[in-house]
Every structure is written in structure tokens, then in C-alpha cells.
Design a protein around this ligand. Structure first.
Ligand code: PMP
Length: 403
């Protein structure tokens, strides 16, 4: 069995040896760096002649169409979903908006949409908007004092209300809480509700098995999994996706068009009008191939690194870690008592240690834990123990200066 070699993994990311400004990068929940394999996929698309896909039949167009469609299979195999259920999006935000728009008019007025308290704005605001437009009720699944989903409260909400959809993240980008999305989905389905899972913070870290999770749709963004910005996917169950109203219209998604009317193609094309993000799709499949080749032992390494970082943070008495979930993944949020997070972030960033501070596009939950926002570090498999030591050292200096 080949074990994970962090140095070898990191060597695929030339930015760490060429960039003068990158430094210690601990903002991977915002976006990850790009390995050489993905750069090569992009360069190859642009330097060997490009064409559109699905339109023409000359050899280059045929070859690229084949690679483009093969990418659906690569995503489907990676997550153990169905290739026909892979719909390209520009990212998780786009995907969630398209689901909420595609479900317009689908539910009876006064049905409920349940959204967990942990959600990023991308998995909250589109559902708020759907509720306003279709006169539905939005309710929030609360969390416990550890930051985990309150499963008893969730079950109660399902029992009391007529729930149409449950929306929940696999991993919270603000607190790092990893949710039991299989159980969340099981309970949703038991009560006749759809289950939509935001996988944006999970796919880079966890082995995902959509056959097990069984949700109706799972979403992610390429740029959080070593691929470029502007590409992502909805990976859905085909019987669910077939119920969605197309809400964007144009070329390639249609079967027949007259001046008066149009009929739409089968999945996945009916939900993908216009020229797709071809280079993004090819680069995403290169990123997944790269990740799959480094899968063995990667998760264990990331967990060790995260646990080490958390234990080091624990030893700093002026600091409070937000949330102590049963399972943490990728992210640690904290505050330094009596110091504004911006002041600490400023110091760290000036030492070329990239962290994020603020509300992390998840304002309601972050505000519950830290009314001025938090500092957040988020790890990737190319981060090292040495980098964590450097970060902790600098953080202690920042605390000394600011207290
Ligand atoms: N959900 C979660 C949990 C996220 O972390 C993010 C990105 N921070 C999003 C959704 C939105 O992703 P994107 O900006 O790539 O559309």
C-alpha cells in the first residue's frame, strides 16, 4: 500500500517555490492552490487548438466532446454518483441558486424548507428567496453547544412541519463541523422531504460515497478542490433532477425549437444551456485524477495536521476556539479574547501567513459564536507541521503585541 507523502504532494504545486508573496497559506477553505497537472490540462486545451463541444463533428471537436463527457464519469466515479446526474455549474453558489430556481412552483404554499444553522449564505439566501416567492416557510435547524447539528430538534421539526426540502452542509466553512449527512438525508427522506447537501468544504478532505449518503443533490466547487474558479457541479439523483424546471434557456439544451415554442432534451443537457466552461471541466477532471492518485493516507495526514494545530491552539490561554464538534474537518475558527480579529489577522498577514477573518459568508452562525467575527485557518494536504509551528509562533507574537 502506497502511503501519503506530504512533501511529494506539495512538490506538485509550483507556486510554493515560485511565488514571492504566497508564504504560509492557511486559507484553503476560501480557495486552494493548483497543481502542475491542472495547469498542464489548461495549457493543453489552449495550446493544442480548441473547439466548442457538442456542436461540430471535425476530429478536434469530437475529441474534446469525448473528453468533456468523460469528465462527468470521472466526477461520478470519484463521488460514487451517476454520470447522467452530473450537471456543470460555475460553483456551489450557482448550483444552489439553480436548484432553488428549478424548484419554483413545486411545493404547496406553507410547506417548510429546513436549513441548518451552519449554512454559508449560498445555502441560505437562495432558499429564503424561494420561500418569499412561493409563500413557503423557512425554518432553521439549530446546533448544540458543541456546534453540531441538534438531531433531536431536527427530528422534531420534521415531525411537526410539512417539510419539503432539507438543506445542509457536509462541512461548515465557518466552524469546521462535519455533519452526518447520511443520517440527515435518511431522516429527511423518512418524512418525504428532499435532501440537498452542500459539499463545498468536504470534497477536498473526505472520501464521499453518494450511494451511501443518498441525498437528492450534492454540490461542490472546483476551486476548493485544486481546480480553477468558475467550475463546479451538482451531482444529483436523476429522478430528482428530472423534476427541476429548466430555468435558463438557450442552445444545446433544446430538442426542437419553433418561433413559438421549444421542447427540452434529456438530462444532463436540459439543465446546461449555452457553451459550457470547457477548460474548467477538463481542468477539474485533471484535479480529480491528481487527487485520486494521492488518496491513500491523505485524509489521515490531514486529520493529524488538524489535530496538531488544534492542540497547539488549545495551549494558548488568551484564545477561544469556536465549537468543539464530534468530527472536525479542515477548519478551525477562534477568537483572541479582548482583541479584534482584524488586528491579529493584520499581524499574521504581514508575516506572510494567510488566514481569513470576519464572518466567512456565514454571518448568522459566526455571529452566534463571535460577535466581531472570527479568525479562521483552513488546511490542505500540502500544508506541513513546520507551517503550523510558524503560524503558532507568529500568533503568540500577535497576541503579545495586541494585549
Ligand atoms: N458553501 C460552502 C460551505 C462554502 O464554503 C462556500 C465557499 N466559501 C460556498 C458554499 C460557495 O462556494 P462558491 O463561492 O465556490 O460558489
Amino acid at each position: 500500500m502506497k502511503s501519503f507523502n506530504p512533501d511529494e504532494f506539495r512538490n506538485h504545486f509550483r507556486c510554493f517555490s515560485t511565488s514571492e508573496t504566497l508564504g504560509i497559506y492557511l486559507d484553503n477553505a476560501a480557495t486552494t492552490q493548483i497543481p502542475d497537472e491542472v495547469l498542464q490540462a489548461l495549457a493543453s486545451y489552449y495550446s493544442s487548438g480548441r473547439s466548442n463541444v457538442h456542436r461540430s463533428s471535425y476530429p478536434l471537436a469530437n475529441k474534446l466532446t469525448q473528453q468533456f463527457e468523460q469528465a462527468r464519469t470521472i466526477v461520478a466515479q470519484w463521488l460514487n454518483g451517476s454520470a447522467r446526474g452530473v450537471i456543470w455549474t460555475s460553483g456551489t453558489t450557482d448550483g444552489l441558486n439553480r436548484l432553488a430556481d428549478g424548484l419554483r412552483g413545486h411545493f404547496k404554499s406553507e410547506q417548510t424548507i429546513l436549513v441548518s444553522a451552519l449554512e454559508h449564505h449560498a445555502n441560505l439566501v437562495p432558499w429564503q428567496q424561494l420561500c418569499v416567492k412561493d409563500n413557503l416557510t423557512l425554518r432553521i435547524i439549530p446546533t448544540t453547544e458543541t456546534g453540531d447539528i441538534d438531531y433531536a430538534a431536527y427530528q422534531q421539526l420534521l415531525q411537526i412541519h410539512n417539510v419539503a426540502v432539507v438543506c445542509c452542509c457536509h462541512v461548515s466553512n465557518s466552524l469546521g463541523v462535519c455533519n452526518d449527512v447520511q443520517e440527515i438525508t435518511r431522516l429527511a427522506h423518512q418524512h418525504g422531504a428532499l435532501a440537498i447537501i452542500d459539499g463545498a468544504q468536504a470534497v477536498a478532505h473526505l472520501d464521499i460515497d453518494l450511494q451511501l449518503i443518498d441525498c437528492d443533490a450534492y454540490l461542490f466547487s472546483g476551486h476548493k478542490v485544486y481546480a480553477p474558479t468558475g467550475i463546479g457541479a451538482i451531482v444529483g439523483q436523476t429522478h430528482f433532477l428530472e423534476q427541476l424546471q429548466p430555468c435558463r434557456f438557450g442552445g444545446e439544451m433544446v430538442k426542437k425549437v419553433t418561433y413559438q415554442d421549444a421542447t427540452f432534451r434529456e438530462l444532463p443537457y436540459r439543465l446546461e444551456p449555452g457553451t459550457p466552461n470547457i477548460d474548467g471541466v477538463l481542468a477539474l477532471s485533471a484535479a480529480i485524477r491528481f487527487l485520486s492518485a494521492h488518496q491513500e493516507g491523505k485524509q489521515a495526514y490531514e486529520q493529524q495536521l488538524l489535530a496538531y494545530c488544534e492542540s497547539q491552539l488549545h495551549q494558548i490561554k488568551e484564545l477561544t476556539i469556536l465549537a468543539h464538534p464530534k468530527h472536525r474537518c479542515g477548519v478551525i475558527s477562534f477568537v483572541v479574547n479582548h482583541v479584534h480579529p482584524f488586528d491579529i489577522a493584520d499581524w499574521l498577514n504581514n508575516q506572510q501567513i494567510s488566514v481569513r477573518c470576519g464572518f466567512h459568508c456565514a454571518m448568522p452562525i459566526t455571529e452566534q459564536w463571535a460577535h466581531q467575527g472570527s479568525l479562521r485557518i483552513s488546511l490542505a494536504a500540502y500544508n506541513t507541521f513546520y507551517e503550523i509551528d510558524q503560524f503558532i509562533e507568529s500568533l503568540k507574537q500577535a497576541i503579545d503585541i495586541n494585549l
